[in-house]
Unconditional design. Structure first.
Length: 119
């Protein structure tokens, strides 16, 4: 079973930065796409950014220019660098990895890490 473990969340003031990590138990390039999602209290989960195995990224408009996804193949880890954080970035951030065996979508999720942006 694939395991994804997130870390790096915490409390930060508006304008500050955090870097989240998602460590996978398997080769991150074995996944069709990996992504970061977030869920704010009382809101639906939304995708923040995704990256395909080929390196194509897709950012939510709300984070473009502030967040950057990257990966380290040697560590099987995907990172989310978050700069210029705003209170509306608060939420539980979860790592997602997806495979498409025979065209069937299979999703794996981490347990999530809390990010709170507040003064």
């Amino acid at each position: 079973q694939v395991q994804l473990v997130e870390s790096g969340g915490g409390l930060v003031q508006p304008g500050g930065s955090l870097r989240l990590s998602c460590s996978a138990s398997e080769n991150i390039f074995s996944f069709y796409v990996m992504a970061w999602y977030r869920q704010a209290p009382g809101k639906q989960r939304e995708m923040v950014v995704s990256i395909t195995s080929g390196g194509t990224t897709n950012y939510a408009d709300s984070v473009k220019g502030r967040f950057t996804i990257s990966r380290d193949s040697a560590k099987n880890t995907v990172y989310l660098q978050m700069n210029s954080l705003k209170p509306e970035d608060t939420g539980v951030y979860s790592c997602n990895a997806r495979r498409l065996p025979n065209g069937i979508r299979v999703d794996y999720w981490g347990q999530g890490t809390q990010v709170t942006v507040s003064s």
